[in-house]
Design a protein around this ligand. Structure first.
Ligand SMILES: CC(=O)N[C@@H]([C@@H](O)[C@H](O)[C@H](O)CO)[C@@H](O)CC(=O)C(=O)O
Length: 276
């Protein structure tokens, strides 16, 4: 069995922006330039994305990641590539990542297809964030691009171990905001080739995610759990999302405790790291 030769790049906690009750972002350090604001009239979605790509380059970002447009959806690979190409060209010095998340965009063009010959169209292409449960598609992205140094970042936290076996080089996900320590232990066990220990960690993480998914789980619930675990108020989600219910937060807290994911003595001591 072939395991990835490259050292894993580790975890990135997906960005869940803290907001105040009146909808301002807590951590916005600078105003959004006029030209990047949503404008009335007929500017297309692509225009806005290009502006954001340029802005990212101007403020010294390390890279840009772009999802497929979901209002007017591209219906073939070539149409999607043409869109991505325009955005990438607006920041020609920045590494470009395609963010594949069909459950949210509704664009189901297979990532494997998209990656075929992508460097000819997008020379800055650097990697893929893959947020889908189709491990055949993911595996084929890795298999067909072994000659490249692409990053393959997996985004279904409850299946990360399977993706590591397929060749994932890192992960980006919402639960790493509070299950990062347990997940890092899983990564460590995987690197040490202790697969039975790694599986135990993955099952433990799955028990929590399975529990909250059955209650109804999304960005609002993620914010509520992050607030609970860190003690830092994350505020309400943006509309149309609704705040997580008290019942949800209480149940999630009880589950985290029963799985030994939370150490409240640590929290009282001002240590914000969750898990044991
Ligand atoms: C559909 C979705 O939200 N997927 C999450 C996962 O981290 C997901 O929350 C987790 O695997 C639990 O199902 C990430 O891949 C995406 C994400 O967090 C983001 O882009 O902010």
């Amino acid at each position: 069995m072939a395991f990835p030769k490259k050292k894993l790049q580790g975890l990135v906690a997906a960005t869940i922006t803290p907001m105040t009750e009146n909808g301002e972002w807590h951590n916005r350090r600078r105003p959004v330039p006029e030209r990047l604001r949503a404008s009335p009239g007929c500017r297309g979605v692509g225009d806005k994305r290009e502006g954001q790509a340029q802005h990212a380059a101007e403020i010294g970002a390390d890279g840009i990641a772009v999802i497929a447009p979901f209002f007017l959806k591209p219906w073939t690979k070539d149409i999607l590539i043409n869109f991505l190409k325009e955005v990438a060209a607006a920041a020609p010095a920045l590494p470009f990542y395609y963010y594949h998340i069909p459950a949210l965009t509704g664009v189901k063009i297979r990532a494997e297809e998209l990656l075929d010959g992508i460097l000819d169209k997008i020379p800055t292409f650097q990697g893929l964030k893959f947020s889908d449960t189709d491990l055949l598609d993911f595996g084929q992205c890795v298999d067909q691009n072994r000659q490249q140094q692409f990053a393959f970042l997996f985004g279904v936290d409850e299946q990360l171990l399977s993706a590591l076996v397929m060749g994932a080089t890192g992960a980006v996900g919402s639960t790493y905001n509070y299950l990062g320590k347990k997940t890092n232990q899983m990564l460590e066990a995987f690197e040490q080739k202790d697969f039975s220990l790694a599986l135990n960690y993955q099952f433990c993480i799955q028990r929590f995610i399975n529990f909250v998914v059955k209650l109804g789980f999304g960005v609002s619930q993620t914010k509520a759990i992050m607030t609970l675990v860190s003690g830092i108020p994350m505020g309400p989600p943006r509309l149309p999302l609704q705040k997580a219910s008290r019942e949800f937060t209480d149940s999630a807290e009880a589950k985290l405790k029963s799985l030994d994911f939370l150490s409240f003595t640590d929290l009282k001591d001002g240590n914000l790291e969750a898990g044991s």
